[in-house]
Design a protein around this ligand. Structure first.
Ligand code: FAD
Length: 420
């Protein structure tokens, strides 16, 4: 019998329950990835192509291959199933509305479908609050239940992937040359091991230091499943501060599973009203608001496809609390540019900041100037990403408008900065 393993955001061979089950149960296994239009051209698309190239190599090293098709995921999968006489489709279960619509469409076809864990540490829907309800709305009780939960066993990669040799493997577009964060399982594993060896111990003290940049930067790899979140949890089990962050990821996935409209609708509507301010939104997007800490974060995003978490909090809070602009506009921009952009984490966090989500203190805002003083005291982060301020001394770098001769080429604040 023949099984198609449909890859999506689980681009690895280590700890891959669907792949392992297929290799155990079927005589022939067809690993498949269908490239569709859901990932916009840009950083994330290039990263995806690097991941796929790496996955194909890993499968080939095991006697298999990655079959690549282009078009609608369900239509292409079914075409391949009919052509090869496959009896079943195995895939990792995902949580977003789009992914679940796709899963439902597949399940409606005349073929057996099985969905496996692997995208999160604990599958969404597994943990239920004791007080009732289908999911946890508040993080801390979820973290307690998650920490007590007995996790499944980690799975070694299959030794042999028996892909039929006569299949057309399909064209994989050439990936961009590897940058500082190259996509793929091998790169993910290398980075994870290096970072754990070097920086995990200091995580609690250093993860908020903007210029120090000492967080793991594993988010893009988790986004595409190049790294099993369960394996990462095991590898870092001794450091509760770090594991807690991985739990936040699971938390937002279970929220998204229960509330698939998270990318469009307020999770907890609180009657907030947003302004339409195209010019201000454009200045924010471009990193030209005149508030250095905000502009540094936004420019890091454009340059690297990644932004430090503390900067994400500051720029998001500035957009919704200072400019009064709808969190959805911010989330869309993030989603377009972030290598790690995914619906659950992106919209979960945006709603948290906007006070329409899971924050238990929905009226809290982050004062950008105080945050700047605290997490970029010397202004190194600002100077790194805002070259117009490279020569401004630390005392003024977060408030260049106070200088008698403000640096040329850098805008004055587009709105009065909150006192800080
Ligand atoms: P580390 O500090 O090394 O943390 C390790 C891992 O834990 C991360 O890779 C991530 O998977 C998880 N994690 C950490 N913080 C969070 C968090 N607050 N919520 C959920 N998971 C977390 N993260 C995304 O992966 N994708 C997004 O689209 C995304 N959008 C965000 C939007 C906003 C407005 C904010 C405030 C945060 C967003 N985050 C998002 C969460 C967080 O900023 C990133 O996960 C983190 O900065 C990634 O860097 P790192 O891997 O070095 O993190």
């Amino acid at each position: 019998d023949t099984v198609i393993v449909l890859f999506n955001r689980d681009l690895r061979v280590h700890d891959h329950p669907a792949l392992v089950a297929a290799c155990r149960r079927a005589r022939a296994v067809i690993p498949l990835f269908v490239l569709d239009e859901t990932i916009p051209a840009g950083h994330r698309h290039g990263f995806l192509l690097q991941c796929l190239t790496d996955l194909r190599a890993a499968l080939r090293a095991r006697g298999g291959d990655l079959i690549v098709r282009h078009g609608d995921v369900v239509a292409e999968t079914m075409k391949l199933a009919r052509r090869t006489g496959a009896e079943a489709i195995f895939a990792s279960a995902d949580v977003t509305a789009l992914a679940r619509r796709r899963q439902d469409r597949l399940a409606g076809e005349a073929i057996a479908c099985e969905f496996f864990p692997g995208v999160t540490v604990v599958p969404p829907g597994t943990l239920k609050p004791s007080g009732g309800g289908d999911h946890y709305r508040v993080f801390t009780p979820y973290w307690r239940a998650w920490s007590r939960h007995e996790h499944r066993r980690l799975l070694a990669p299959p030794r042999q992937v028996p892909t039929p040799p006569d299949l057309d493997a399909g064209r994989l577009p050439t990936p961009p040359p590897p940058g500082p964060m190259p996509g793929g399982e091998q790169a993910a594993r290398d980075r994870a091991h290096q970072w754990i060896g070097r920086s995990l111990t200091g995580y609690a003290d250093s993860h908020d230091d903007l210029a120090g940049d000492r967080t793991s930067r594993l988010s893009p790899y988790l986004r595409f499943g190049c790294l099993s979140p369960l394996e990462l949890t095991r590898l870092t089990a001794g450091n509760q501060d770090f594991v807690r962050q991985l739990c936040w990821r699971d938390f937002y996935h279970q929220v998204t599973y229960a509330f698939p409209r998270i990318n469009r609708a307020d999770y907890r509507p609180r009657g907030r009203h947003w302004r339409v301010e195209e010019d201000a939104l454009q200045a924010w997007r471009a990193g030209m608001t005149g508030l250095p800490i905000v502009d540094a974060g936004m420019r890091q995003l454009l340059a690297e496809g990644w932004m430090h978490n503390r900067a994400r909090l500051i720029v998001a809070s500035y957009l919704v609390r200072v400019l009064g602009i709808d969190w959805r506009a911010g989330a869309r921009h993030f989603f377009e540019h972030l290598l790690d952009g995914d619906v659950a984490n992106n919209c979960g966090n945006w709603q948290w900041v906007a006070g329409t989500g899971n924050d238990t203190r929905p009226n809290r805002g982050f004062n950008p100037l105080r945050q700047a003083q605290r997490f970029d005291a010397k202004g190194e982060y600002v100077r790194r990403y805002v070259p117009e301020l490279a020569d401004v001394p630390a005392a003024h770098v977060h408030r260049p408008w106070r200088l008698t001769a403000p640096p040329s080429g850098y805008p004055l604040p587009i709105v009065e900065p909150p006192p800080g």
